[in-house]
Design a protein around this ligand. Structure first.
Ligand code: HEC
Length: 116
């Protein structure tokens, strides 16, 4: 009896928390997308780059993504084409990095149509 009452009381609470979490996730995705406009010119809208020497970002682990940006900012990454990333990383706050990392982690590509 008491358990039933508890469940009745707690279920709406769970539903509310779940919907709040979903809204927060959608917001971070759209915020990340807005902040990634410059990045997309080199890394692709969906994080798949069209230039062979520019890395793909789609699906990248968020912790690795943020660590890479910090390493550019601190000039710990200097080799290869890193120079292209220095000014990019300089312009980002901690929150920007989190939002952008979230966007590229979550984004997917529209599959190409095939007729088979
Ligand atoms: C002018 C083109 C250009 C722009 C704009 C650009 N990038 Fe890059 N990005 C590169 C290139 C080239 C590399 C590879 C650099 C290297 O050799 O270290 C790279 C590397 C990275 C990496 C490391 C990938 C890995 O696998 O280690 C991340 C993360 C990244 N970029 C994120 C961003 C973000 C976020 C933005 C926007 C704020 C951005 N980039 C804008 C060209 C660009």
């Amino acid at each position: 009896m008491t358990i039933k009452i508890l469940v009745r009381l707690l279920l709406p609470l769970y539903a509310l928390l779940f919907s709040m979490a979903t809204v927060a996730t959608e917001t971070q995705f759209s915020q990340g997308k807005e902040k990634s406009v410059i990045c997309m010119t080199c890394h692709g809208t969906d994080g798949i780059s069209t230039i062979d020497t520019y890395p793909n970002l789609q699906g990248q682990k968020q912790a690795y993504f943020i660590a890479a940006l910090k390493a550019y900012k601190l000039r710990q990454r200097n080799g290869g084409l890193a120079i292209l990333m220095h000014a990019q990383a300089d312009a980002l706050s901690e929150k920007d990095m989190q939002d952008i990392a979230f966007y590229f982690n979550q984004v997917t590509s529209t599959p190409l149509k095939n007729d088979d």
